[in-house]
Design a protein around this ligand. Structure first.
Ligand code: PHE
Length: 495
C-alpha cells in the first residue's frame, strides 16, 4: 500500500471523497463538488497525482453533439432546398426544367435537382414527374424533423439521416465534448480513509514561520524538480539592436563620440567632397538611389567652386584632378547616402581645426538585388580620428582594438583603393580559419581635406555591420536578420 504521507492535501481530499462515494467513476464536476473546489486545476492536479501513484485511473470520454451549421440555419428558416424546389414543382401545371432554371438561381437549381432525383423525381421530356410522392413527402418531413431536433446528442439521432446531412455542405456541425472521470484502482480501494486527513504542509518558508519556530514540526511539501515547466518569455531587444548597443559601448569606451545625421544627402557631399569622380560607376542610377523629391538640394557656391577646381585640375592641392568638366547640377542631386562617410566628412568640414574622434553606426542605401549576402538597406560602422600626427599605425591599432573587444583578436589589413584615401586598406577578420573582409579604411587625401580647411591628418574607416552580425550570430543568410522570425528571435543568445 502507498504511504499516505507522500500524498498532497488535495490528493488526500480527492481520495477520501472517492472512497466515501458508492459510484465507480467520478467526473471532474463530481470531484469538484465533493471536494468543495471551484478551481478545475486543483482537481485535475490531484487526479494526476493520484493517477501517478497508481491509486486512481483516468478515463476520458468523448461525447458529440450535433448543431445546425450555416446552411442548416438557413434551411430551418426558409425550408430545405429540395423542399423549396418540390413545393414549386407541385404548384406548376407543367413543371419544366427550363422554367425551374428561370425561377431558381443556378447554384440552387443544380444541387436541388440532384437531391430531388435521389428522392425519385425524374425528368420526362423536360418535365419533372414523381411516381411516389408520398414517400418523397415523408422523407422531406423526416429531414425537417431532424433539423428541428438540433442541437442533439449524436447518439440520439438517426444514423441514416446523420450520414445524409454530414454529406451535405454546412448543414450540420459536430461539436466534441471531452470529459474526464476517475475511478479507484485496487490499490486506491485498499487505502484507509483514516490516514487521509489533510495536514498542514509548508511549501514556502516565510519569516513568520522561522520566527515562530513552527517550521520545526511542520511537514514540508516535496517538489518534483523533474517535471516540465514553462519557460518565462520576457521582452528583449532585437539581436541587431543589441549588437549596435555593444558597438556603441566599445567606441564610447575608447573615447569616441557618436555622430547621428540625416540619410538624405547631396551627391556633392556623398561623392564630390570625397573626390569620387563624377563619372565613377558607383554613381550610376543602377547603384545609387537618387530622389525625386527633393530632386536637388542647394549647396554653398564657394564649396562647389572648390570641388570643381579640385576635380578638374587639382586646384591648389598640387593634384592633377580627374580632368574633364565638373557639373554643379550633378553635385546638387539629392540621394540616399551610400555610405556614412558622407556624415564624417561634413563633421570635419564644420570643425576643420578641432581634433576629434567620432563614430557612427547607421543606415546606408545601395541598389542591390536582395540575396543571402546583400540588402539594399544596411548599416555601416564608420569612424574618424583627426589630430596632429594621426597616422596609419594609429588607424590599424584602433581597428584591431575594436575587433578584439568584439571578440575577434585576429585582424589583418591589406592594401586597397578608395578615391578619397591614400594609403587605403581593407580590414579582414579571421573567422573559423578563414579571412573575411569587413570594411575599408585609410587616410583622407589632400584633395578631400584641403578644400575644407582640415589641418591635421584624418584616419577614416567604414565597415559593414550586417557582415559582423552574421559572424556574431553565426548566420549564412543576411535576410534572417530582418524577417521577424519570432522563434529564431526568442532563441538568440544575449550578445
Ligand atoms: N566608405 C567606404 C565604403 O563604403 C569605406 C571607407 C570609409 C573606406 C572610410 C575608407 C575610409 O565601403
Amino acid at each position: 500500500m502507498t504511504d499516505e504521507i507522500s500524498l498532497t492535501n488535495p490528493e488526500r481530499r480527492m481520495l477520501r471523497a472517492m472512497l466515501a462515494s458508492p459510484v465507480d467513476s467520478h467526473t471532474l464536476e463530481q470531484v469538484m463538488e465533493a471536494c468543495d473546489w471551484s478551481d478545475q486545476a486543483i482537481a485535475v492536479g490531484a487526479g494526476q497525482g493520484l493517477t501517478d501513484k497508481g491509486l486512481v485511473e483516468l478515463t476520458e470520454r468523448v461525447r458529440r453533439t450535433i448543431h445546425p451549421g450555416k446552411e442548416g440555419h438557413n434551411a430551418i428558416a426558409n425550408g430545405l432546398l429540395e423542399e423549396r424546389l418540390w413545393v414549386w414543382i407541385s404548384s406548376q401545371d407543367d413543371p419544366t426544367m427550363t422554367k425551374l432554371q428561370a425561377k431558381f438561381q443556378r447554384h440552387e437549381a443544380g444541387p436541388g435537382v440532384g437531391l430531388l432525383k435521389k428522392l425519385g423525381v425524374q425528368l420526362d421530356s423536360g418535365t419533372f414527374v414523381c411516381e411516389d410522392t408520398s414517400s418523397l413527402k415523408s422523407e422531406l418531413q423526416a429531414r425537417n424533423m431532424f433539423l428541428a431536433s438540433l442541437p442533439a446528442d449524436e447518439q440520439d439521432l438517426s444514423e441514416r439521416l446523420l450520414a445524409h446531412f454530414k454529406g451535405r455542405k454546412e448543414l450540420i456541425e459536430v461539436v466534441e465534448h471531452r470529459s474526464r472521470a476517475w475511478s479507484l484502482t485496487d490499490a486506491g480501494k485498499g487505502t484507509s480513509a483514516d490516514g487521509l486527513e489533510e495536514r498542514k504542509q509548508i511549501s514556502e518558508i516565510t519569516p513568520e514561520l522561522l520566527q515562530s519556530g513552527e517550521w520545526k514540526d511542520a511537514e514540508f511539501r516535496s517538489f518534483d524538480v523533474t517535471l516540465e515547466s514553462t519557460t518565462p518569455r520576457t521582452g528583449r531587444s532585437h539581436p541587431m539592436q543589441e549588437l549596435i548597443e555593444r558597438i556603441r559601448r566599445i567606441f564610447l569606451e575608447m573615447g569616441f563620440s557618436e555622430l547621428v545625421d540625416d540619410y538624405v544627402q547631396t551627391a556633392g557631399w556623398n561623392m564630390d567632397a570625397l573626390f569620387i569622380p563624377q563619372d565613377h560607376p558607383a554613381r550610376e542610377m543602377q547603384d545609387t538611389f537618387y530622389l525625386e523629391d527633393p530632386k536637388s538640394i542647394e549647396l554653398d557656391a564657394d564649396l562647389i567652386k572648390k570641388w570643381k577646381a579640385i576635380h578638374e585640375d587639382g586646384g591648389e592641392t598640387g593634384s592633377r584632378g580627374w580632368s574633364g568638366s565638373f557639373s554643379e547640377e550633378v553635385s546638387k542631386r539629392a540621394l540616399l547616402r551610400t555610405h556614412t562617410t558622407v556624415n564624417t566628412i561634413q563633421h570635419l568640414a564644420n570643425n576643420p581645426t578641432e581634433p576629434c574622434r567620432v563614430f557612427s553606426v547607421d543606415r546606408v542605401f545601395r541598389k542591390e538585388a536582395i540575396d543571402s549576402t546583400h540588402l539594399p538597406e544596411f548599416h555601416q560602422i564608420e569612424g574618424i580620428i583627426m589630430e596632429p600626427g594621426a597616422n596609419l599605425q594609429m588607424l590599424v591599432t584602433t581597428l584591431k582594438t575594436f575587433y578584439a573587444k568584439m571578440g575577434y583578436p585576429e585582424v589583418r589589413v591589406r592594401p586597397a583603393y578608395f578615391p578619397y584615401t591614400e594609403p587605403s586598406l581593407e580590414i579582414e577578420v579571421k573567422w573559423k580559419g578563414k579571412w573575411l573582409e569587413l570594411g575599408g579604411a585609410g587616410i583622407f587625401r589632400p584633395e578631400v581635406t584641403e578644400p575644407l580647411g582640415i589641418t591635421s591628418p584624418v584616419c577614416a574607416w567604414g565597415m559593414g555591420l550586417e557582415r559582423l552580425a552574421m559572424l556574431v550570430l553565426g548566420l549564412d543568410d543576411i535576410r534572417q536578420l530582418y524577417i521577424s522570425d519570432l522563434e529564431w528571435l526568442r532563441n538568440q543568445p544575449l550578445i
